[in-house]
Design a protein around this ligand. Structure first.
Ligand code: ZN
Length: 219
């Protein structure tokens, strides 16, 4: 039986048939030695930036670290804008060096994030996580070859047009920090897209294996 893949969560849920990619924010969340993503979140940049980056770098040597992030830019945090850019760029370079995907946190800074990704000539897969904006912005993300991960916000019904039109090889689903069961997010997506749960599971397993170069599911 194929699993439900949750590509971004801050707390593991006791759900047998769910495969979760735990996110660990350096300095805020404990590093676990299971499959995870690690990064410096723009809300939690420490005074000692070099020290914090050193810890991140040490962790990323672990083979269970499948991605760098969440990292990115956020216009509604108090962390200085220049500091955010500096820390984001360092993480982009690290992801490029390690050839691991980037999981992006982005709040009101899409154009700036696009610009930096282009400037740095990023070639690793880029996933905009917890995407809850309009179709036009999604299209601009997809046109640049990036991925979109949808979360519990889809349950509100405002993203049905995106669900109906998104390229299926560019989509992921996640719970982030919400108590929602990822299976409910799958069900909703399937209802709107008019596909079966098993087809969606198969698609997302394929996307996951390709983007994260992980092949435990198909053996
Ligand atoms: Zn998150």
């Amino acid at each position: 039986m194929l699993p439900y893949i949750d590509i971004h969560t801050h707390q593991l849920q006791a759900n047998e048939n769910t495969f979760q990619l735990l996110n660990c924010i350096i300095g805020e969340e404990e590093f676990s030695n299971q499959i995870c993503s690690v990064g410096i979140h723009p809300w939690y940049v420490h005074e000692d930036r070099d020290g914090q980056f050193g810890i991140l770098k040490r962790h990323t040597a672990d083979k269970n670290v499948l991605a760098i992030g969440e990292c990115g830019l956020d216009k509604i945090t108090d962390i200085a804008w220049q500091t955010q850019i500096e820390v984001f760029e360092k993480q982009i370079l690290l992801a490029q060096e390690l050839q691991k995907p980037l999981i992006i946190h982005c709040v009101r800074a899409y154009q700036e994030v696009f610009h930096i990704l282009k400037e740095k000539q990023v070639t690793v897969p880029v996933i905009f996580h917890s995407f809850n904006k309009k179709l036009a912005l999604a299209q601009s993300i997809l046109q640049q070859g990036y991925y979109i991960s949808l979360g519990s916000s889809i349950l509100q019904g405002n993203q049905d047009d995106l669900i109906q039109s998104i390229d299926m090889d560019k989509v992921f689903l996640e719970t982030d920090n919400k108590p929602t069961d990822v299976a409910d997010i799958y069900s909703y997506f399937c209802r709107v897209r008019k596909i079966s749960i098993s087809d969606l599971q198969e698609q997302i397993v394929g996307n996951f294996e390709q983007v994260f170069r992980y092949n435990t599911f198909s053996g």
